[in-house]
Design a protein around this ligand. Sequence first.
Ligand code: ATP
Ligand code: BTN
Length: 287
Amino acid sequence: MEFPLSRAAVPRFLALDEAGSTNDELAARARSEASDWPDLSVVVTDDQTRGRGRLGRTWLAPSGKSLAISILLRPRLPGGGELPPDALGWLPLLAGAAMTRAVRAAVLPAADADAGPEEPAVIDGDGTGGVDVWLKWPNDVLISGYKVCGILSELLADQHAVLVGSGLNVSLDEHDLPTLTSTSLSLVTHAPVDADAVLVDYLGRFTALYRAFLDAGADARASGLADEVAGLCGTLGTRVRVELPGGEELVGVAASLDDAGRLIVQDEADEGRERAVAAGDVTHLRY
Ligand SMILES: Nc1ncnc2c1ncn2[C@@H]1O[C@H](COP(=O)(O)OP(=O)(O)OP(=O)(O)O)[C@@H](O)[C@H]1O
Ligand SMILES: O=C(O)CCCC[C@@H]1SC[C@@H]2NC(=O)N[C@@H]21
């Protein structure tokens, strides 16, 4: 697949006909030819054969019907210093916000896609009941509750770099869907999707948010990133169950994001005491 628009949008762009994992492909190049792979280098394929999710889980991508996109970040503060650890948690959320906007632009009429972050994005002209697109904290983009994109961020500690990998279901049919809870762009639009147009939109939005974040000294509130993420995050205000990494379970309303991008949950088992969650499997519960 050719990506003329996306290729022009970033400092280095490599489209592979096939890859095991684009995160692994980009990590290997970032290490072996570091000076040739600058900040915001991108590796993409529409045929990823061994995609990874968190905790060794599998990301499935039928050949030719989805995009695996990896972005290399070598973030530096305006003075050249490295990002404080708390700032790193915002990078996957930044990617999620950019992807949520790009998915909205791909599946919603322009007026709805560009609405303010708090506006629900809904099409209801055809009696289908409407379509909404939200970010599920911390790493999924959902269309009407179905997962269209998953994001995996990995630290390249030896490079002081981060890889942000996104798997986007572009044109999977019903019978291609890997889970009962997934969907694709074309299943929603009922029309062919221009993958290069979606990708360049994602990269442009990502770059703008990333530059603003770094220019503000990696202060998510000052740069507007925290508001953008919060406005797009469908998890906030809902009752959630969180399976914490140690196996503990936490149930309560997801109230806000803290300064490190962690989810603040009001623990029902402890009189609503607020607990900050950095990682875990989140399920949105219905009342
Ligand atoms: N192409 C795909 N589209 C949607 N979901 C997928 C796809 N491939 C795999 N999955 C799901 O994504 C999960 C990846 O695991 P990971 O823990 O990284 O994701 P998660 O977003 O945290 O989990 P979940 O999707 O269950 O909330 C797998 O467990 C699988 O259920
Ligand atoms: O399931 C998730 O939520 C995360 C999935 C992340 C998949 C992407 S596809 C591009 C990059 N390469 C990988 O092996 N994984 C990520």
